[in-house]
Each structure stands twice: as structure tokens, then as C-alpha cells.
Design a protein around this ligand. Structure first.
Ligand code: SF4
Length: 164
């Protein structure tokens, strides 16, 4: 199983604040035999450096908190992420929740006030449009957490991916 994954979820310090968001459940999923990780960071691939001011979507545009328009960088990174998913034949995509690139289902509203609205990040939306299944790290649940190598992972309600 090939899993496209936001690389900040694996501990890469690529977030706007120079940090990462490592996720144990995602790491366990990717540790399963037969599971291949394809790490991506659309914002890095689009040419943005870390640290940088936070960014949010405003309609079809993406702006930094400073007001700078970074839409082109986000679009370039999204294109690269789609190319990576297609080249790898991704079976599943686990992308960082709420991000203006990777968010799936909910993103910030562009006011930099912490308010969430329904929507997808720029890269997540493009990946979805190409038909790849996209979930956030919050939907990854270890089914047998007591085992050293859990045998199954459930994703959201009613969805299941068998890792072995
Ligand atoms: Fe993480 Fe995606 Fe943001 Fe990169 S673009 S830091 S992978 S959420």
C-alpha cells in the first residue's frame, strides 16, 4: 500500500513556525509491512522556506499574515504533490488537518483569527479531484494499540484499511 503523507506528520520541521506535528498513529500505519510512505510538503515544494509567517486561504488566493500573496507557491506545491501521488500510485493520502495546503474538510477562514470553515487546502483539493482518497491524521486510528505492530488501521467511520 502506497501512502502519500504530509511530511510534518513524520517529524520534518517544515511547518510555517519551523516545527513539525509528529503523529504516532500515522507513524504506526507507515510502519506496517507492505506500507510505503511517500512524504510530501507542498509548501516546501512550492518554494516557501521555514520558518515563515502563517498563511490562510481567502477565496481562491492564499495570503501570508503579512498580506503577501503566496498563491503561486501554493499552486506549484499542489501540482508537485499531485505528480508525486500519480507517480507512486498512491492508494491513500494522509494529510495534515486544517492546513491551507494539506487540510481536508476544514480550513481557516482567512481572517487569522482561528476560525474554521468547511473546505480543503489547495493541495488536498487537487489531489482529491484526481480521485485519490484523502484523510487527515485525525481519522487514523490504531485498532490494536497494545500490539507492537498493529494489524489494522481504521480511517473514519466505516472505512478500513488492512495493513497486513
Ligand atoms: Fe505540513 Fe502540508 Fe504544511 Fe508542509 S504544507 S508543513 S506537509 S501541513
Amino acid at each position: 500500500m502506497n501512502v502519500l503523507v504530509s511530511q510534518c506528520l513524520l517529524g520534518a520541521p517544515c511547518r510555517y513556525d519551523g516545527g513539525s506535528k509528529p503523529c504516532d498513529a500515522v507513524r504506526r500505519l507507515l510502519a506496517q509491512p507492505g506500507v510505503n510512505a511517500i512524504p510530501v510538503c507542498p509548501e516546501t515544494d512550492g518554494g516557501l522556506v521555514s520558518p515563515r509567517p502563517p498563511a490562510e486561504q481567502r477565496g481562491a488566493r492564499v495570503v501570508l499574515e503579512t498580506g503577501e500573496d503566496v498563491t503561486q507557491a501554493f499552486l506549484a506545491g499542489a501540482t508537485r504533490a499531485v505528480e508525486r501521488a500519480q507517480a507512486a500510485g498512491a492508494d491513500l493520502c494522509i494529510l495534515k488537518a486544517k492546513s491551507p495546503s494539506c487540510g481536508c474538510g476544514q480550513v481557516y477562514d482567512g481572517s487569522f483569527s482561528g476560525r474554521l470553515v468547511p473546505g480543503d487546502g489547495i493541495a488536498a483539493a487537487r489531489i482529491k479531484r484526481k480521485g485519490f482518497p484523502v484523510h487527515t491524521e485525525n481519522e487514523v486510528e490504531v485498532v490494536h494499540p497494545s500490539m507492537e505492530h498493529p494489524v489494522a488501521i481504521s480511517l473514519g467511520s466505516g472505512l478500513g484499511y488492512l495493513a497486513q
